[in-house]
Design a protein around this ligand. Structure first.
Ligand code: SF4
Ligand code: SF4
Length: 342
């Protein structure tokens, strides 16, 4: 397997990593077997988070015997030092390890959050202290907001940046990646398949293989998916004119409806949970029908409050026709309810 070096860190990861979200709904033994299959096939980078329910536990169990041969990245969503210390304590227990290779601050998508983390008494203090104690090797950050991500990189306090990147969401190429590279930071691409919306996995990885210093971390919910992606790396295909056309067609089709999950449209004064509803298709693809319904039920119920005032469209940097998108996803959800009789 090819490798990716994460910036100036000593982390040399397999060409693609293992994202820890899709194993959440799987029974424990099945999830552990999938993670082990990934390891057996050469995946050496595992990304999880305190927020991913029991993902850390499953990954910890699967990798216990091979800890020193893999890189484990996890995250805290807490912004204060004490909260981050609690998360770190449980991550170490659940991951069955005494050190985390990459400890990341989770979804830092506003300047306020970034400042909280870096302020005295902020979560960064915990990570820095843990680094001195050998419990954390490197400190990174993840974000869904370009401006905040660039600001975070420019502080010089983080070894890696994790950001959505796929052939629809190409914006990070313009400035974020350049800033990160200039500072010697590692770059991790979350949502390489558009959060599950992009069906053409091969096309997605053909696109990503053009960036050998960017580490994609697809999530896997079966051993077959791992083998499929591995095949793309074992027999890489150059992008043809037809592939370019297919990508352009999808960009054109999804471009004005593709929610980047930045959250700028929120809050809605009518209480509509816009980002959760707009992200429904990704949830529906990644989780079983039962889990997708359970996780989105409340958000879907909020759609009836939409009065189509259009304020969210004005706030959305991509000018997505949000009320239309809400109704579209609500219809998909209702169809699923009918199909499953839930
Ligand atoms: S259009 Fe609907 S979702 Fe958007 S801000 Fe208005 S009420 Fe909320
Ligand atoms: S609808 Fe627009 S503003 Fe809201 S999360 Fe999606 S991309 Fe961001």
């Amino acid at each position: 397997m090819q490798t990716v070096k994460l910036g100036k860190t000593d982390i040399l990861a397999s060409a693609f990593g293992f994202g820890g979200i899709p194993i959440i709904p799987l029974p424990g033994e099945e999830a552990v077997n999938i993670v082990r299959h990934g390891y057996d096939k050469g995946i050496t980078f595992y990304d999880t988070a305190n927020a991913y329910v029991d993902s850390e536990k499953k990954i910890g169990q699967a990798l216990e015997g091979v800890r020193e041969k893999v890189v484990i990245a996890t995250k805290t969503g807490n912004r204060d030092a004490d909260g981050a210390a609690t998360h770190l304590k449980y991550s170490l227990i659940d991951l069955r390890t005494d050190y985390i290779d990459l400890y990341q601050f989770h979804n830092v998508s506003t300047e306020t959050d970034l400042n909280l983390i870096l302020a005295p008494g902020g979560a960064y203090e915990t990570a820095e202290n843990a680094q001195k104690e050998g419990k954390v090797r490197h400190i990174g950050i993840t974000s869904h907001d370009l401006r905040t991500a660039i600001l975070a990189c420019k502080t010089g306090r983080f070894a890696t940046i994790q950001f959505p990147f796929n052939f629809i969401e190409t914006e990070p190429e313009e400035e974020l990646f350049k800033v990160a590279r200039d500072l010697g930071m590692g770059i991790i691409a979350m949502k390489p398949l558009g959060g599950g919306i992009l069906d053409q996995a091969e096309l997605c990885f053909q696109f990503l293989q053009q960036y050998p210093d960017v580490l994609p971390i697809p999530g896997f919910s079966s051993t077959q998916e791992i083998d499929q992606v591995l095949g793309f790396y074992q027999s890489p295909k150059a992008i043809t004119v037809e592939d370019e056309k297919a990508m352009d067609a999808l960009r054109a089709e999804l471009g004005d409806k593709f929610c980047h999950r930045c959250g700028y449209c929120m809050p809605c004064e009518q209480g509509v949970k816009i980002t959760e509803v707009m992200g429904y298709r990704s949830m529906a693809k990644r989780f079983s029908a039962e889990v997708a319904i359970r996780m989105t039920r409340k958000a879907m119920a909020s759609v009836e409050n939409c009065i189509e005032c259009g304020e969210c469209i004005e706030k959305c940097p991509y000018h997505i026709e949000i009320p239309e998108g809400l109704q579209f996803n609500l219809k998909l959800y209702e169809d699923l309810l009918l199909q499953t009789g839930k």
